[in-house]
Design a protein around this ligand. Sequence first.
Ligand code: PEP
Ligand code: MG
Length: 909
Amino acid sequence: MTQYVYMFSEGNRDQKDLLGGKGANLAEMVNMGLPVPPGFTISTDACREYLKTGEVPAQVRVQVTRCLRGVEDQIGRRVGSKDEPLLLSVRSGAKFSMPGMMETVLNVGLNDQTVQALTRFSGDERFAWDSYRRLIQMFGKTVLDIDSDLFSDALDARKELVGAQSDIDLGVLDLQRIVEEYKQIVERESGAPFPQDPREQLDQAIEAVFKSWNTERARIYRRRERIPDDLGTAVNVQAMVFGNLGEGSGTGVCFTRDPASGHSGVYGDYLPNAQGEDVVAGIRNTLALADLERLDPTSYRQLRQAMRRLETHYRDLCDIEFTIERGHLWMLQTRVGKRTAAAAFRVATQLVDEQLITMDEALERVTGDQLNQLLFPQFDKDAERDLLAVGMGASPGAAVGEVVFDNATAIARTEAGADVILVRRETSPEDLPGMVVAAGVLTARGGKTSHAAVVARGMGMCAVVGADELAVDVPKQEIRVGERVINAGDVIAIDGKTGEVFLGDVSVVDSPVMTYIAEGMDAAMEQVGQDEEVRELVEAVDRLLTHADNRRRLRVRTNADTGEDAQRARARGAEGIGLCRTEHQFLGERRVFIERVILAKDDADRQAAFDELLPLQRADFVELLTVMDGLPTTIRLIDPPLHEFLPNITDLSVKVALAEERGESGPEVDRDREVLEAVRATHEQNPMLGLRGVRLGLKFPGLFALQIRAIAEAVVELRGKGLDPQPEIMVPLVGSVRELELVREEAEAILAEVGKDAGVTLDLPIGCMIELPRAAMTAHRIVRSADFFSFGTNDLTQTTWGFSRDDVETEFFTDYYNNGVLTISPFETLDQFGVGSLVDAGVQRGRSVKPELKTGVCGEHGGDPESIHFFHDHALDYVSCSPFRVPVARLEAGRAAVMEGKSGPGASA
Ligand code: PEP
Ligand code: MG
């Protein structure tokens, strides 16, 4: 019989696949001897079965009985007991944390009888009836799918009737009435009475949690966080402990270090006399954790000890949920905490300094995406700013945008090109679609651990929470701050680090980490001044990046076409150019030369155009090779389809037609006519699969020759000046070894000739791009003529999938994400199974003939973290990416080296 249900004591933290993150960590805490309310976990296997068949496997019920009895024995109370009832919480818990995205049902086990018993047992009648009310409400919404407004409306109506300000002001009689009303709502809406049998409640709640794996917000969240849709969630069933049994009770969330800055200390929120959901929902503003020391010194001391033990055990920042029930501390959850990018870097180096982890492990704890976030600009402290309010900086960044109050407007305005700030009183998981598109989120209520804060931190988006000077009136679509009124559509700026909220736009400056990357440590330190926290951050980035550089095997080059780009990339640590796209040098004013090449009537005419181009090309290469002195510089011969250099066929047809209609004549009209004829003659239905790359070079003799000569002459000129230019000549879109042979013969002749004239030897490497499946599969033949390979994974993705790289992402990829064909665009993250296999085949086959063959990647994937790990694991020599991505690639290449073999599955099934 498959085991689907596990007592906490049967698991451990390494079983996240089976027990989910929450279940695995609860098991671990039990093993550590920490005070965890007893319980059990129903595995993700059971959920996957449920998702497949629509039914909870029959064995689950039987196994739940075994574990439920185990819990009853441990705690000495029974579910449904009329004396001392045991109540249960039923919570989701997937492998990867999805805060607030799935469902929870608390107080399972209450009914008309046990509510009386709970009154006696707790000595608090109000508490018992309030718990019962909460159960029916959560059960109704989550299990029975009843519109939750029906319950909150009934509650509000009752409050109004008795003149209660908040829930707390409702008395026992009021709550009993509400329970009656709630039961009526359930019966009316679901067609059956609220189930009185505790076991029935439990079984239905378990199924509802499984079902909530596929709520819309859960799916959106998974797509964004790249969590596979087929994992399923586990369900944790646990004895309830109560934080709402009066002032000696409470509930809280804490971190072993500050998840925003990384500072070690006492961070967290505490709510006396409350249930756990109240903290995360951000409904009531919380106390700081430090206040607990005053309220309950014993529990505080125990909690601090548990925090230290957990951090030592997990050797990382942990976040913890706890409840104090009448002076008894209970640990409800722990996990390695989500953190901001800055905290990730700082915590990693702090843990190294405390000798809890090694530098290699520290490198595993930070990501290229996090480094990228640290490069974002920040608000200029010296700019003029109109401060509206100060809340809590919950997730750093500087966001400026129009105020919007709901998901629909957030989505509509961003689609129209606007940046928006989603403003809410507090956020709930329903706000996720708006948060995904917003530049930032601002709430008036809630603490650093509120839903808004946790989700924003996870997504790396800017968030300010708990700005309680703001009166957010969603129905009126306005925010009032004292006398001032801010309407939907007004621009505000929020600082996710300081918590400041400004009216209007605020200008931004480079982040100090960016200054460090681009200009070095001294410049960064000058910018940082006395700010210790930022200083520590820049130093942490420096240490980890340096360690990555020492550990990585992959070299990092850049894709740059101009001296300026090359300069920028070199400053960021690029070790060469992996791709100079020379076609960019033929646009603008120089386009006419290509026109002349195409229109040429004979070879002499065409040669004349080349002769004019030669000095210009030489100057381009002199500039580039000067900046890249001593470093390999791959110059790709001209690649794109001809039409990119010619006027648009429709525009030109109209122009010629108009001229003819008006009876105009003269050299300009003649020329237009001539060009139009050429445009028509060269027009292609599928230009990306047409006359481009090496085909162009073979069709127009002299075109590649011009470029090769310009490179050769640039080398001679620079060597004459004592420099050390290292160009590599690269041929695009090769599919057959013969194509490359033809170009190589031509190139070698030119190099020999220029070399002879100058009295030097010019044996520059000549290689090719591997960007067609045929090239990858015949790499062992092509390599005979190639000194190196560079994988053009953009075209290789296009031609492997048969996806037009210019069209498909907007055409139908959204459908493909929704139905699970893709989890992310294969143009962004390498499709490892398909395109990756071709890259691997190309490398293997090439090296089967030339074991030392140098191989690199110059498609967009060269700057993508997940893809970089693949390239490391498959023994490529370098990646090449845009100048801005160079630091990210350096870091990820280092991480790939210390995490060898642990890369994920890539973009598609
Ligand atoms: C590629 O195809 O991956 C490549 C780098 O070339 P381009 O993007 O210029 O086609
Ligand atoms: Mg290409």
